[in-house]
Design a protein around this ligand. Structure first.
Ligand code: GLN
Length: 489
């Protein structure tokens, strides 16, 4: 029995029944890491000894507090801080930086008896869509190691898809949880902006950043959501709203038939791969045949989404990343003569090409003469994008669309063309710009067996609606489309 590829709720039952121990689980995951990491490169750092020690200590965990996360080995994207361990953000500039505190999500995960097995690889400072912009080298897609797993939560997706973790934390600023989930055949949730605390998440673009979850299936996603979401006084953007329980979330999910909107513009996008389109269309037909009402909706400002996102995220990044100057965190260059040169050399040697590109673009967009033309304009278009969704949600309960317009590219295929990479984010950035919850889930495969995900989006704080329909799809629709098939890893 391969424990490393089973969902949390099944493992929970085995743990409760005393058939397995947390140490069995940690060992199952560590075996996978040992056997596959030289190819997959999902982790920047693994904590084998600490994880095994914690698994043993958990024997004393009060039995009445043993919920779903008790004894579950999990991975944490390396832009979320874990006390005492290095946090690199996939960058040379943070080498050697150890966090003096835990992120709130990490604190909650540990409180519920979770086990952290390591910190996962990512595009440097979460800027990227393939995982290739990591200082620690690219991760590889377990479905086809010649291909990228997506990004920026590349390592978190690979770890879960390949059994090197049972579930993982990621961050999603413009699609970085949903797109790698889609490329590796797993489930990725970006919760509503403000739903999950970001205290301890290294800032990339603060008005867009959200911590999210990568899991084997929809129910596991809801498990992480119910345990880790909720108000946190340490995050000023956190909302004080009750988080529904699992029972509330999944009540009547078999009979509930919300109305689902399909944005016309999404299927008219130039560059939409024909197989992604085919999977979208067959999902629509399948949902319809199960009694869901499908309606066309319009999101007319979609064509401006990538430009708007890039202006906002680079502007915010140029400000957020100003703090890495060799004084306080991690790496400092040597051979400088004065303070100014120390800053310059450190930033030049510490940041990789994509991060530099974004800092330069953002600094430009914010500069005095261009502020109104670029940054301010982008904020206004962002408002229009949000209004598109508000209007669409007057008519429908949920929106369904593709996650990525393309299949996972081969390693090296897109890295030289930043614009092509940015355009891959067309379907994911809008949920961040509008602050909406969105979940990507496996919906089909290409002829060559590559996973294709779709996403549901909902109005703010309506994650439950998404979980219900996505679980229905996973249970009643997907198995009919895709008979289950084991990954090579
Ligand atoms: N691919 C997007 C970008 O490059 C999204 C990144 C993210 O969500 N962190 O910015």
């Amino acid at each position: 029995m391969d424990l490393s590829k089973r969902p949390i709720y099944e493992l929970h039952q085995l743990l409760q029944a005393g058939e397995i121990t947390p140490l069995d689980l940690v060992d199952a995951v560590l075996d996978k890491i040992e056997a596959q990491e030289s190819t997959l490169n999902a982790y920047i750092d693994t904590f084998a000894e600490e994880a095994r020690r914690r698994a043993v200590e958990l024997e004393d965990f009060p039995s009445e507090q043993r919920g779903y996360l008790f004894g579950i080995p999990m991975a944490v994207k390396d832009n979320i801080v874990v006390k005492g361990f290095q946090t690199t953000c996939g960058s040379r500039i943070l080498l050697g930086f150890r966090s003096p505190y835990n992120a709130t999500v990490v604190e909650r995960l540990l409180k519920h008896g979770g086990i952290i097995v390591g910190k996962t690889n990512l595009d440097e400072f979460a800027m990227g869509a393939t995982g290739e912009f990591s200082y620690f080298g690219p991760s590889r897609n377990p479905v086809d190691p010649e291909r990228v797993p997506g990004g920026s939560s590349s390592g978190s997706a690979v770890a879960v898809a390949s059994g090197e973790a049972i579930a993982a934390l990621g961050s999603d600023t413009g699609g970085s949880v949903r797109q790698p989930a889609s490329f590796t055949g797993i489930v990725g949730l970006k919760p509503t902006y403000g739903r999950v605390s970001r205290y301890g998440l290294v800032a990339f673009a603060s008005s867009l950043d959200q911590i999210g979850f990568l899991t084997r299936d929809v129910k596991d996603s809801a498990i992480l959501f119910t345990h880790l979401a909720g108000f946190d006084p340490l995050d000023s953007t956190s909302f004080d709203l009750p988080v529904p329980s699992l029972t509330e979330i999944f009540q009547d999910y078999q009979t509930d038939r919300p109305t689902i909107g399909i944005p016309r513009e999404y299927l008219e996008t130039e560059g939409l791969d024909s197989e992604v389109r085919a999977v979208t269309e067959s999902a629509i037909r399948a949902l319809e045949s199960h009694g869901f009402q499908i309606r066309w909706v319009s999101l007319p400002h979609t064509k401006y989404a990538v430009a708007t996102y890039q202006l906002i995220c680079t502007s915010e990044a140029s400000s957020n990343l100003a703090r890495y100057d060799g004084v306080r965190y991690g790496f400092r260059a040597s051979g400088y003569e004065d303070l100014q040169e120390m800053y310059t050399l450190t930033r030049d040697q510490g940041f990789g090409p994509e991060v530099k590109r974004r800092i330069l673009l953002g600094t430009f967009a914010l500069s005095a003469g261009y502020y109104d033309a670029y940054y301010l304009k982008a904020l206004k278009v962002r408002r229009l994008i949000r209004q598109d969704f508000d209007e669409a949600f007057q008519e429908v309960d949920l929106i369904l669309g593709p996650v990525s317009p393309v299949l996972p590219p081969k390693l090296g295929e897109k890295i030289e063309d930043p614009l092509a990479l940015y355009l891959m984010d067309i379907y994911t950035v809008t949920a961040n710009l509008a602050g909406l919850p969105a979940l990507s889930f496996p919906a089909g495969k290409s002829k060559t067996g590559l996973p294709i995900g779709l996403q549901f989006m909902a109005p703010p704080f309506e994650e439950s609606r998404i979980f219900r329909v996505a679980r229905f799809f996973e249970e009643y629709i997907y198995p009919a489309i895709e008979p289950s098939q084991d990954l090579p890893f």
